[in-house]
Design a protein around this ligand. Structure first.
Ligand code: MLT
Length: 330
């Protein structure tokens, strides 16, 4: 008996156990549930499905995803909270509700900060994107896998074409759950009400809301052309849609698998961004064909009307961050 308690014996058993458990861990199999606000053919669906395909390939079939479309797991804010609490595995979500958790994320609700896709990508792919992702990790308990996007947002409504901000007077406009977005649309002249994404189609259909704003690919994906007559190319905000994972779940993977997950997301990122831009181009024509009146207003008066919103929220977001975003070289 004594020999089994000897130090060399115990060390041998310990080493074998560690070796066994790390080998077993490296072979972990797992299906990751992923929440999406939109459907499989949307800019979000294309990115998430590419991520799943790459993850499965890189892990030789051990790691797979199960997408849950149209917010079937809950509205965006609930999904972000759920990931933070470790009860939802992963998801792609607009940054719109994130300013409620981390002030710096209100940056993405400030109007007319990013001029074009190149400007937004350069900023997000810089150390600023990394810092924001770290804030999300620290304060929301979620791991950012890739800065995917919803795209530039435009107004739709059922009342009239927007040639100037005063055309919004008397219009009931839905915003995302963001104080900055409420201020923006009030500054433009609308009556602004925050509302979760899952309620928007019905609110527009029933006339509770007259107006909303989203990228063209989203407007098409959820058939807003059925309940909105006017599409106004206001391009007022660039909307990221980061692909995220519960930090607890991410940390439960071995280091090798964490690297695979990040690699799969980074391979999917340019595919997603390119598809998003391609859909944006395609749907401008298609939404007109489907009966929407498309207006491209002069944006100067819109920019002017929302200047006070940037001045008001700059200190909360951080003046340095706002300046860095506006002036980021691209
Ligand atoms: C919204 O308007 O709430 C979002 O843009 C929905 C989404 O993330 O697709």
């Amino acid at each position: 008996m004594r020999q089994f308690n000897s130090l060399p014996f115990r060390l041998t058993v310990l080493t074998a156990a560690i070796g066994l458990s790390s080998a077993a861990f490296a072979q972990q199999e797992r299906t990751i549930d992923v929440s999406l606000p939109l459907g499989p053919d949307s800019q979000q669906g294309i990115g998430v499905l590419k991520f799943g395909e790459e993850l499965e390939r890189l892990s030789e079939g051990r790691l797979t995803i199960e997408p849950h479309y149209d917010n079937a797991l809950g509205a965006e804010r609930e999904v972000i909270e759920g990931m933070g609490l470790g009860i939802i595995d992963a998801g792609i979500a607009s940054t719109g509700p994130m300013g409620g958790f981390v002030d710096e994320f209100l940056l993405f609700d400030l109007p007319y900060i990013f001029e074009d896709h190149g400007h937004a990508y350069a900023f997000l792919d810089s150390e600023y994107g990394d810092q924001l992702a770290q804030l999300a990790e620290d304060q929301m308990n979620v791991k950012f896998l890739a800065w995917m996007e919803n795209g530039f947002r435009h107004n739709t409504n059922s009342v009239r074409a927007l040639e100037q901000p005063s055309d919004l007077e008397g219009i009931n406009h839905r915003t995302q759950e963001s104080r900055v977005q409420v201020d923006t649309w009030e500054a433009l002249g609308a009556n602004a009400t925050p509302m979760a994404w899952t309620e928007v189609y019905t609110a527009l259909q029933q006339g509770v809301m007259d107006s909303q704003e989203n990228p063209l690919a989203t407007i098409y994906d959820v058939n807003f052309y059925e309940v909105q007559d006017y599409l106004n190319i206001t391009q007022h905000v660039y909307s990221p849609a980061p692909l995220m994972m519960s930090l607890d779940l991410f940390n439960s993977f071995s280091e090798d698998d964490q690297a695979l997950i990040l690699e799969a997301a980074q391979i999917a990122l340019p595919v997603q961004r390119e598809a998003s831009q391609e859909l944006e181009q395609r749907y401008k024509g298609e939404l007109a064909d489907l009966g929407m009146t498309v207006t491209e207003p002069d944006l100067a008066p819109f920019r002017e009307a929302v200047r006070p919103v940037i001045a008001k929220w700059g200190p909360t977001v951080g003046e340095d961050l706002v300046d860095a975003a506006i002036n980021f070289e691209h």
